[in-house]
Design a protein around this ligand. Structure first.
Ligand SMILES: [Mg+2]
Length: 202
């Protein structure tokens, strides 16, 4: 029987992205941001115009800041547990320029859990990046990969996937993913222990 597939986001699900981004920003550009100020919409986080945002984003990627992100230590054993029953795929909206460091980072922290073919880049921030990019979701790639469950910290991805009739796990209790109510197909799990419990009960 074909195993169900779980799609897993990297940033702020496996990797401490917001923390790494904010620390770098504070050091590099003298901002005084905290993790609660983080949002995918970097232009708003920084409070600068689009031109400056693109310059900073370019520098951030050139410096390969995500290579040094802290990993979630609770995730490793849960991923290995889930892999016995499910097929695991990574679905990230990181830019493709980070492809190599992303593979290396996953190999370093979750060795043997994800082979290269199971890592997919949604491409949201690769082409024609402008203020509309923020509205793009992973729903298309989730559909084309035949993914049954998505674990992601961004509400927009979870809601879009739930609208396709799939199940989404809204990961983490973050400032940027608060909401008064969740659609039926979305369940919040605050950490990897909760993710394990969710799948064990299915
Ligand atoms: Mg994320």
């Amino acid at each position: 029987m074909k195993r169900a597939i779980i799609g897993i986001d990297i940033d702020d699900v496996l990797a401490a992205n917001a923390e790494g981004f904010i620390d770098f920003s504070n050091q590099q550009w003298g901002t005084k941001l905290t993790i609660n100020d983080y949002d995918e919409h970097w232009m708003e986080v920084w409070g600068v115009d689009l031109e400056e945002t693109l310059l900073r984003a370019q520098y951030y990627h050139d410096m390969e800041v995500p290579a040094a992100f802290r990993h979630d230590t609770m995730a490793d054993s849960v991923l290995r547990h889930l892999a016995k029953r499910y097929e695991l795929k990574i679905v990230t909206s990181r830019r493709r320029v980070l492809e190599k460091i992303t593979h290396d980072w996953l190999d370093k922290h979750y060795k043997g859990v994800f082979d290269k073919d199971s890592v997919h880049f949604a491409g949201i921030w690769d082409e024609n990046v402008d203020h509309r990019s923020i509205h793009k979701t992973k729903a298309d790639i989730v559909q084309s990969l035949g993914i049954d469950y998505l674990i992601d910290d961004q509400l927009k991805h979870c809601n879009a996937v739930a609208a396709q009739g799939k199940t989404a796990i809204l990961f983490g209790d973050y400032a940027w993913n608060q909401t008064s109510e969740l659609p039926g197909g979305v369940k919040r799990c605050n950490n990897w222990a909760a993710v394990r419990k969710f799948f064990d009960e299915r």
